[in-house]
Design a protein around this ligand. Structure first.
Ligand SMILES: [Mn+2]
Length: 356
């Protein structure tokens, strides 16, 4: 595996490339053109400038998170053709610049959903948290307003104010899209882009829905082992793969994370590894990466990745806000750096004990 850190670009991130370079074992970042508009093709100049900036700091780009999918593609409306063409153009340009992993998601309306961005834990750290009863009592149109005050002045991915202003309109557009239709539209999209992925050796890595169940009555399909294996089979090409995100699949306690990893051998192109602490099955908060701080056995997760021969980029995921840092919730430097060091330590121990 290749340890990385997510970076939003110098205009948006409070963490610098110089800081990232000093985290032991981190040689690459996962980044994106954060100002790009979903549906528009990325320009070669912008991709080159992003690459040059990262390389000037002594790092490389291990992949993109994310190239977002326009709603027309997810809904399957006739204008999707143009947006798929634009997506293909972006993939071609990334491939030409030597970038071979693209993370994306296929979630309608809302990207990830949390009900709190700064829940206080007993040690004084703050974390993102989710409570189902709160979601059930919430008007989806008010979802953004309910958390906007805790974003520390940042723009959080998937929660851009321009997008949230259109929530009502988006709900209407998705009214005839159920799980089956969403699967069908995903298949159509993947079949169209696979020849380009084959040509440029680009691994597509779909991110799971978070939480891994339907919220506000919207369809959600990338949620469990059965569905993800169905997706792998429906477009049976090694470039059609997944981002294994333990914190997203792990929101559903019925998901056996090490077993899911083993069932996806050869198709995991990117891994997000983090821990959650469950207070009840429908109330969880994001914990430190350390196994004993949360509900997951992180050793077993890393061991499963090792056992399937995982060689792709991996990153610590959302961290706690600690030591007085003010940053995008989940994306400060300190706790993610601790996470990277911990995951590197687990990996070294697994490698050395397995070779004896
Ligand atoms: Mn993730």
């Amino acid at each position: 595996m290749q340890m990385t850190l997510r970076w939003y670009g110098s205009k948006h991130d409070t963490v610098t490339l110089e800081q990232i370079r000093q985290i032991p074992g981190v040689k690459s970042v996962i980044t994106t053109l954060y100002d790009s508009v979903p549906g528009e093709a990325w320009s070669l100049e912008d991709i080159r400038a992003m690459k040059q900036e990262v390389e000037a700091a002594g790092l490389t780009i291990a992949g993109i998170e994310s190239v977002n999918i326009h709603d027309a593609i997810k809904i399957g409306s006739p204008d999707r053709e143009q947006y798929i063409e634009n997506y293909i153009t972006t993939l071609e340009r990334l491939g030409q610049e030597g970038i071979h992993m693209v993370c994306y998601n296929f979630m309608p309306v809302f990207d990830w959903t949390r009900t709190e961005l700064a829940r206080k834990r007993p040690d004084g750290s703050t974390v993102l948290a989710y409570n189902q009863a709160t979601v059930d009592a919430l008007d989806p149109e008010k979802m953004f307003d309910s958390i906007a005050g805790d974003m520390n002045g940042t723009v959080m991915p998937g929660w851009e104010p321009e997008r949230m202003a259109r929530v009502k309109e988006l709900f209407a557009l998705y009214k005839d899209v159920d799980d089956e239709k969403l699967f069908e539209n995903l298949k159509y999209f993947l079949e169209r882009i696979m020849p380009t992925c084959d040509k440029y050796d680009i691994n597509m890595a779909i991110h799971p829905d978070d939480p891994a169940w339907s919220v506000f009555g919207l369809p959600r399909i990338i949620i469990n082992k059965d569905n993800i294996l169905r997706m792998m089979k429906m477009v049976d090409n090694p470039h059609n793969g997944v981002t294994f995100c333990s914190g997203s699949y792990g929101t559903n306690l019925e998901n056996n994370l090490p077993d899911m990893i083993r069932s996806l051998k050869g198709r995991i192109h990117f891994a997000h590894v983090r821990n959650l602490k469950f207070n009840t099955p429908t109330d969880f908060e994001e914990a430190a990466h350390l196994s004993s701080d949360g509900s997951f056995d992180m050793y077993e997760i890393m061991k499963a990745l090792y056992d399937i021969g995982f060689e792709g980029p991996i990153r610590p995921d959302h961290g706690r806000m600690i030591w007085g840092e003010v940053a995008m919730p989940g994306y400060g430097l300190y706790d993610r750096a601790l996470g990277a060091a911990y995951l590197n330590g687990l990996w070294e121990a697994i490698v050395k004990s397995s070779s004896k």
